[in-house]
Design a protein around this ligand. Structure first.
Ligand code: DUC
Ligand code: ZN
Ligand code: ZN
Length: 483
């Protein structure tokens, strides 16, 4: 099975050039100005279009059991929707309930993901702590290709970790050369504010953003950055939504700390007015954490991407339909948190990023694919158009348009936070492992074709951070030895 993508302009994180791309056996075999199609090869005409690395969404939650229900999008429908939008790989999360062994949860998620039609990988969440957790982190890192562990600083009484356990896990990450990722919101403050609001009779979705103001996110971001600094471990903060956390990341990066920041397509474009909509269902459909913010935060997020202080874009794709959201009809704290977006991220970012003149095409590739591949250590297998890379490619038609709608999207959710948005620039073809799986509006996916992509740990970066820390810290010498 071979494929020639002919006549397009290749756009990567650092170059734009005219080239054909030849793929066989799931890999890119040649990139050159005029390539001949071998006998039997399928051809895709990319004339007038851009040929880019397929998108990587580093933050999704397919079929997640959460807040008393299960996310409606499964691994097959979710990866298919991603492919329809030009995303060829997701990194999802194994989230063990407290006291559940990490490896049991990992196997459970692996079982669910077997039906995926595009490649995937897993971060694993640390929701409790014991010697066994410590040991299983090692097994996951060494034998299962897990190089990132997630920590929820919110969701008290459920999956939130204490600072004590966060610290223990960060130390273990440092030993293993695995990256610590964090949902940064102060869970105690959220819990306190939720109770206060409900006491005052504020029980509708308008209470959601009031219970999670930017200060709650900023405090947690600052705290976790300092914890990571003291432990001497790199840290990746997911879904930064506001000025406060972007400032914390920027400050730390200026100090030379290895801190990475992700932003969601939704936070760049949807603002908090949605929670004041008189239609309860509409407002509840937007309940996710962190919440959508007042408009002024959006420009800060865009600037974060342009300056490089934020490196990746994601969706936190975690779908709940109206009947599930209704669980919180009388109490906003019980509305399942989550929205969709895996299908729309690329088009929305192209339109409002490249189309609006905020970012270049190369920056688009960086923030939708290459940076995630580099940070999570799967580059250049993913995130590049180069010989030897996986043939995960999107052929992007910059002139084509689409109006986003829940009526026409492929996502398994009855709502779309970008409803009615006109996007200019959409995929004409998506290629996964060298096969055309989406062409001009038609999906041709194969259940189970997706593979779990191992991500090796990166101890050398960690050695550098450790040395840098030792050089900076005052020498810890016992008093007698110093005398
Ligand atoms: N936020 C959400 O909105 N949903 C899933 C988990 C999260 O952190
Ligand atoms: Zn989160
Ligand atoms: Zn999430």
């Amino acid at each position: 099975m071979s494929l020639l993508i002919r006549g397009g302009t290749v756009v990567t994180a650092d170059q734009t050039f005219r080239a054909d791309v030849y793929c066989a056996d799931g890999k890119i075999k040649a990139v050159g100005e005029t390539l001949d199609a071998p006998a039997g090869a399928q051809t895709v005409d990319a004339g007038g279009q851009y040929v880019m690395p397929g998108g990587i969404d580093p933050h999704t939650h397919m079929e997640l059991p959460f807040m008393g229900t299960v996310a409606s999008e499964d691994f097959l429908s979710g990866t298919a929707a991603g492919l329809a939008g030009g995303t060829t790989m997701i990194i999802d999360f194994v989230i063990p309930a407290p006291n559940v062994p990490l490896l049991d949860a990992y196997e459970q998620w692996m079982g669910w993901a077997k039906k995926a039609c595009a490649d995937y990988s897993f971060h694993v969440a640390i929701t409790w702590w014991s010697d066994k957790v410590r040991e299983e982190m090692g097994v996951l890192a060494r034998d299962k290709g897990v190089n990132s562990f997630k920590h929820f600083m919110a969701y008290k009484g459920a999956i939130m970790v204490t600072d004590e356990h966060l610290l223990a896990s960060f130390q273990r990450c440092q030993e293993l050369g695995a990256i610590a990722t964090v949902h940064a919101e102060n869970g105690e403050l959220v819990y306190y504010l939720q109770r206060e609001l409900v006491k005052k009779g504020i029980t509708g979705p308008e209470g959601h953003p009031l219970s999670r103001p930017p200060e709650v996110e900023g405090e947690a971001a600052n705290r976790v950055i300092r914890i990571a600094q003291v432990i001497g471990t790199p840290v990746y903060i997911v879904h930064n939504s506001c000025r406060e956390s972007v400032e914390a990341i920027t400050r730390a990066r200026l100090e030379g700390q290895r801190v990475y920041g992700e932003v969601l397509a939704g936070h760049l474009l949807v603002d908090d007015s949605v929670y004041r909509n008189p239609d309860w269902n509409f407002a509840a459909a937007h309940v996710m954490s962190p919440p959508f913010r007042p408009k002024e935060h959006q420009e800060v997020l865009w600037r974060g991407l342009v300056s490089g202080n934020l490196q990746t874009t994601a969706t936190d794709h975690c779908c709940f339909c109206a009947d599930q959201k209704a669980m919180g009809r009388n109490d906003f704290t019980r509305i399942p948190n989550g929205t969709g977006g895996v299908e729309d991220r690329m088009a929305v970012l192209w339109t409002h990023g490249v189309g609006a003149g905020r970012i270049t095409m190369n920056e688009f590739v960086r923030i939708t694919s290459t940076n995630a591949a580099q940070i999570f250590n799967i580059y250049p297998r993913k995130g590049s158009i180069s010989v030897g890379a996986d043939a995960d490619i999107v052929v992007w038609d910059p002139a084509a348009t689409r109006t986003i709608s829940a009526r026409t999207h492929h996502q398994k959710i009855d709502f779309n936070i970008f409803e009615g948005m006109n996007v200019k620039g959409v995929p004409s073809h998506t290629i996964s492992q060298g096969k055309v799986v989406y062409a001009n509006g038609k999906l041709m996916v194969e259940q189970g074709a997706g593979r779990c992509i191992p991500r090796p740990t990166f101890p050398t970066v960690f050695e550098a951070v450790k040395k840098q820390n030792e050089a900076r810290a005052p020498r810890a010498v016992p008093r007698e030895a110093a005398e």
